[in-house]
Design a protein around this ligand. Structure first.
Ligand code: ATP
Ligand code: MG
Length: 553
């Protein structure tokens, strides 16, 4: 489908630039995460867009860490971001850090001071805010705005040298206190922060603001198309102004709509709260919309790329239904996941006419969607089996094509059985089901002539392995928790995790490979959890076989 679709608006811009020969026909994009949290699916959208453009137009993409805020950034996040981008299938041309440009950015600021375009302001942040006016009233200049170039140079050097406390002074651009764009009312360029930086240590105690760092970093790298989300539209005049006044490489900013998805939150700050308040286990909890969470849940990189392709690149904010993401992983796993049998809520079935203690080895394909079945595996069969409790009913209604006294069903890859009787315990719970089997009905060589409608899955009791199985549901109960009254955390789904401590799985699953998807027949797609060990297998359900949520609500 990627071949057929029409160009998105950013591709149109790039093609126009290529046709005009802007930047010598070169395309260099960047993905600029702030290392203050783990990447989420919204970032995946930006990654696919930036790296995808470069790939399509023979260009390259830089990975630039936007690390200008020393107090919130950590190496742990840098490492996780690199891992996630690579896992998504992309390679960056250069790994860069905005902090590598601190010296150049400082020199740029000095240049603007010399041009009379920046000044040191001693006002408090409250005073600055008050003097900025309102969208309908212009701001008022203060006494510092007319400081001489020489005085500004001395004061700014003093800021850099650590002569002042946090908040004592700032460097501001001298632009227009009456601009209808509040961001142009003498925005801050530098603030004082005596804090250790994850890369530059204690070398700096002044740090550039986003607006003074981002465009200049783009220009220093000669980025041709700097793509960001819509909230940066009002920042664009500032982006262009600094580049023009500094006479540096003319990078250009383009904005697209950020990805929002139903039943989740998409902000590192909010995701961080879920982790620190222990609503989830970690950043890579399989319920999180983080790349690492989705990976642990069993999402493939291909399914995430396909999702980003399908949602396209919009110019207006919108909300994407999470079921589209689920559709993409289902499509992918249907083609790649090996089929296996696992009984999540077991009840024992005894075949009364099958010799006790006898075992035979049956065969099952790995994936019927693949020509030739994608290989297969042996499945041991005997007279005692685990089946799913819900596949038996004491008083089955019409059209129940599973088991109940007198009913017949096929055991997947095995024989047709007929239910003859069952046993209950003192509390009235069914404990055992008794069946007879038809020896001539073996799958693949069935000569019985008996036709049954239902097929159920099973696992041989003496051969079964046990596993913990974790079923996940949506993390939030409402479509847009950020848009509800009160705190978004009030809308968490209390039943987003359901742990089954003892499921029975066919023995072949004991060798399940991490990162591989398995279809537990009739139960959904599963993958090994990262905490799974040979002694204690743990499976995560990636997604059900059908969209069960839409049906429920
Ligand atoms: P958050 O609000 O989640 O903290 P952010 O925008 O502050 O996100 P950055 O690390 O600054 O996170 O983002 C890196 C890049 O990813 C930016 O170019 C940003 O525009 C883009 N991005 C972030 N969130 C989304 C989203 N939901 N959809 C598309 N792109 C996004
Ligand atoms: Mg940010």
């Amino acid at each position: 489908m990627s071949e057929e679709r029409s160009l998105n608006f950013i591709e149109e811009i790039v093609e126009e630039d290529l046709a005009k020969g802007t930047h010598g026909g070169r395309v260099l994009t960047r993905f600029p995460p702030e290392p203050n949290g783990y990447l989420h699916i919204g970032h995946a959208k930006s990654i696919c867009l930036n790296f995808g453009l470069a790939k399509k137009y023979d260009g390259q993409t830089n990975l630039r860490f936007d690390d200008t805020n020393p107090t919130k950034e950590e190496t742990e996040y840098v490492d996780s971001i690199k891992e996630d981008v690579k896992w998504l299938g992309f390679n960056w041309a250069s790994e860069l850090y905005a902090s590598d440009y601190f010296e150049q950015l400082y020199n740029f600021a000095v240049e603007l001071i010399k041009k009379g375009l920046a000044y040191v302001d001693d006002s408090t942040s409250e005073e600055i805010a008050a003097q900025k006016g309102t969208p309908t009233e212009p701001g008022t200049p203060n006494q510092y705005r007319n400081r001489s170039v020489d005085e500004n140079l001395i004061l700014f050097a003093g800021m850099k040298a650590g002569k002042y406390q946090d908040g004592e002074k700032v460097l501001r651009a001298k632009i227009d206190l009456a601009s209808p764009n509040m961001l142009l009312r003498d925005p801050l360029m530098y603030r004082i922060k005596h804090a250790r930086h994850h890369r530059t240590g204690d070398a700096w105690c002044i740090y550039p603001m986003y607006d003074f760092a981002h465009g200049q970093s783009d220009a220093l790298e000669e980025i041709t198309h700097s793509i960001c989300t819509l909230e940066f539209v009002p920042h664009r005049p500032l982006y262009d102004l600094f580049i023009k006044e500094l006479e540096i490489f003319p990078s250009k900013q383009y904005e697209f709509a950020r990805l929002n998805m139903t039943y989740t939150v998409m902000s590192k700050r909010k995701l961080m709260q879920l982790v620190t308040d222990n609503h989830v286990e970690s950043w890579d909890d399989p319920r999180m919309p983080t790349i690492s969470g989705l990976r642990r849940r069993g999402y493939t990189a291909a399914s995430i790329r396909e999702f980003c392709e399908r949602i396209g690149v919009a110019k207006r904010d919108n909300m994407i239904d999470v079921s589209l993401l689920e559709f993409c992983i289902r499509e992918d796993l249907n083609k790649t996941a090996w089929r296996r049998m696992a009984v999540l809520d077991p009840i024992k079935l005894i075949i009364t006419n099958y010799p006790e203690g006898q075992t035979e080895t049956l065969h099952g394909e790995n994936n019927p969607e693949v020509e030739g079945g994608d290989g297969g595996r042996d499945i041991p069969f005997g007279n005692e089996l685990w089946i799913e409790r819900e596949d038996f009913m004491e008083e089955p209604p019409k059209k129940f094509f599973r088991l109940g006294v007198g009913l017949m069903a096929r055991l997947k890859n095995a024989y047709i059985v007929k239910c003859e009787d069952f046993k209950k315990d003192a509390d009235g719970n069914v404990t055992e089901i008794y069946c007879t089997y038809i020896p001539e009905s073996k799958s693949g060589s069935d000569t019985s002539g008996v036709n049954v409608k239902g097929t159920i899955h099973w696992v041989s009791v003496p051969h079964a392995k046990t596993a913990e199985v974790r079923l996940y549901d949506r993390l939030f109960q409402v479509e847009d928790p950020s848009n509800e009254e009160g705190d978004f955390k009030e809308y968490l789904n209390p039943e987003s995790l359901h742990v089954l401590p003892t499921a029975y799985i066919e023995p072949d699953l004991a060798t399940a490979k991490p990162g591989k998807g398995y279809q537990f027949i009739r139960k959904g797609y599963f993958t090994l959890d990262k905490h799974s060990t040979a002694d204690k297998l743990v499976f995560n359900r990636t997604v059900g076989l059908k969209d069960s949520w839409t049906k429920k609500s």
